[in-house]
Design a protein around this ligand. Structure first.
Ligand code: NIG
Ligand code: FE
Length: 390
């Protein structure tokens, strides 16, 4: 197997607390990393680096683990720029806009949908993301959800069935029949392609009993749970995530003290999506209270055409620091190792021996610059599984 030495790393974030400075980021200065095939084979100070077949010079820059974006809705057609403009003039965000994208997605060909996902995944790669979760949820018929999850599976192993995004327009007068479809024939059709099942548990989407039924049917079919919870108001979503042992409760914008204790005790990751609050001009979730309660926090983009059309994890890191008062170290950990935990992955999100060689070389001397220099393209080179992808 060919070995490659990444040498002359000014600052290496390993996310391995046993390495380097002993902090959760496991920071090493004047470091080097050896990859063999798609894995990390050695990490340490550069003066003790072993010989390798090939050399890449990081020129003193910082190197971080690739971002793990654990929440994205990429299978859709069209955009909703007009809705965004109206929102910026004062109109509130509502789940109703999803139906606009459902109509455009249904009218689109498989090829057009796949091309749109490819475009967004390439955008993510250029911004340092090396693992992405991709949801369905803009088809809402058996055939359109099945093709959405199948298209997602062309780009990632982290595929999520979100037939329970909103009630399909044809079922507006009979939501119970739509839940039967989601938990019956639609689930059967997506099953070969989906790893996860998700539900938007919110007023205007699905209530507590419907969410429980949907996640239970998914579990019976072998799909693990994750939930859109407490995005637009206080509600039962976080409680249900804890009750069913979901991997993550996502959004958590409106969370009470009991919700936070519940998340910490159940070991459910709270995935915060600050791009949504930025793009809907809403109050941010209380990340400090979550961290104080011992909750594991992940950061993700929620990239979608409605509530937040960014594919940029560096932007989310900057927002988490500036708007949610996370430290730059906490934010970077949450955007990498936190995302890996939200996807129950132990092969990504850190740079220790045996992990996949997924990393970004920054055009900066320190990871601090991700928040310190918001909006600046600081991602120099990106490697995934030891391969240069951007
Ligand atoms: O995560 N909350 C539900 N779904 C998306 C928004 C979808 C849309 O507006 O198209 C979200 O914010
Ligand atoms: Fe979402």
């Amino acid at each position: 197997m060919v070995s490659v030495l990444l040498d002359n790393i000014g600052e290496l974030v390993t996310n391995d607390a046993r390495s380097g400075d002993g902090s959760p980021l496991g920071l090493l200065r004047d470091a080097a990393l050896v990859m063999e095939g798609d894995r990390v084979a050695w990490v340490g100070e550069r003066r003790s680096a072993p010989a390798a077949d090939a050399l890449v010079d990081a020129s003193g820059a910082a190197v971080i683990p690739g971002f793990v974006d654990s929440h994205a809705h990429l299978v859709f057609a069209g955009d909703r720029a007009d809705e965004f403009a109206a929102r910026m003039e004062g109109r509130p965000y509502s789940a109703g806009g999803i139906q606009t994208t459902v109509a455009a997605t249904r009218a689109s060909s498989d090829e057009m949908l796949a091309a749109n996902v490819a475009r967004l995944v390439a955008e993510m790669h250029r911004q340092g993301t090396t693992t992405v979760e991709i949801k369905s949820g803009y088809g809402l018929t058996v055939a359109d959800e099945a093709r959405s999850v199948a298209i997602a599976a062309q780009f990632t192993d982290e595929t999520t069935y979100l037939g329970a995004h909103v009630v399909a327009p044809e079922y507006a007068d009979d939501p119970a029949a739509y839940v039967d479809l989601v938990t019956g024939p639609m689930l059967e059709a997506v099953r070969p392609f989906a790893r996860w099942i998700d539900v938007f548990c919110e007023r205007g989407a699905f209530d507590a009993d419907q969410a429980r039924a949907i996640l239970a049917a998914g579990a019976a079919a072998g799909l693990q749970a994750r939930i859109h919870a407490n995005q637009l108001g206080h509600g039962p979503g976080i409680g249900i995530a804890c009750e069913v042992g979901a991997a993550a409760a996502d959004h958590c914008t409106f969370a009470g003290a009991d919700d936070l204790d519940n998340l910490a005790q159940a070991g459910v990751v709270a995935t915060l999506l600050p791009g949504v609050e930025f793009s809907t001009r809403s109050p941010y979730p209380d990340a400090r209270a979550m961290l104080a309660a011992g909750v594991t926090v992940a950061l993700a983009t929620d990239c979608n055409p409605g509530s937040c059309y960014t594919s940029s994890m560096p932007l989310c890191v900057a927002l988490a620091v500036r708007e949610m008062r996370m430290s730059p170290a906490e934010a970077l950990w949450s955007a990498t190792a936190g995302g890996a935990q939200a996807l129950r992955r132990d092969d990504v999100g850190a740079l220790s021996v045996g992990r996949r060689a997924d990393f970004a070389v920054l055009a900066a001397p320190s990871y601090l610059h991700l928040a310190y220099r918001p909006g600046v393209p600081l991602i120099g080179a990106v490697y995934r599984g030891g391969q240069h992808i951007a």
